[in-house]
Design a protein around this ligand. Sequence first.
Ligand code: MN
Length: 176
Amino acid sequence: MGRSGYRNADDDPIHALIVEDDALAAPPMIQFNRAKRKRILIVEDNYSCLRLLDDVLEAHGYEIWETTKGLEAINLARNYRPDLILMDIRLPDISGLEVTRLLKQDHQTKCIPIIAVTAFAMPGDEAKALESGCDAYIAKPIIVDNLVRTVDSFLSPLPPIGSALMPSNEGEPNLA
Ligand code: MN
């Protein structure tokens, strides 16, 4: 499946990072479905955590991109606009909190939901993550149900509870 017009793999960071091998022949119907899948960028430098996030979310129908570096995450987000970002806080180059601040200051990327993922779940961490602009927070060790529910809440929103039942105020007589 041709992902882009890149001249070679070195010019194509997404292709270099993609988990799946797109060279594997996929029947047309699967390609169609895959084209509709929501794309999640996982920013995580811990290999086992990355594998878990990747396996769970891919099995759940999401297309996964991954990187271990914060600066690369910024470039990927700006150039390819994932539907959601899972952001580890401790990264080898710059803090995931700083990456989040930069993405939330940029009008091109500020609407992408960012879920912080961090190992040091200490008092204040959640506040720091939210303060930097993260939309939600997941603590390690990852609880699979919690991960999926949190991601789904951004990418597969259910209709608001009671939205079909609440009577509209429009058209009611003004009794005041
Ligand atoms: Mn880390």
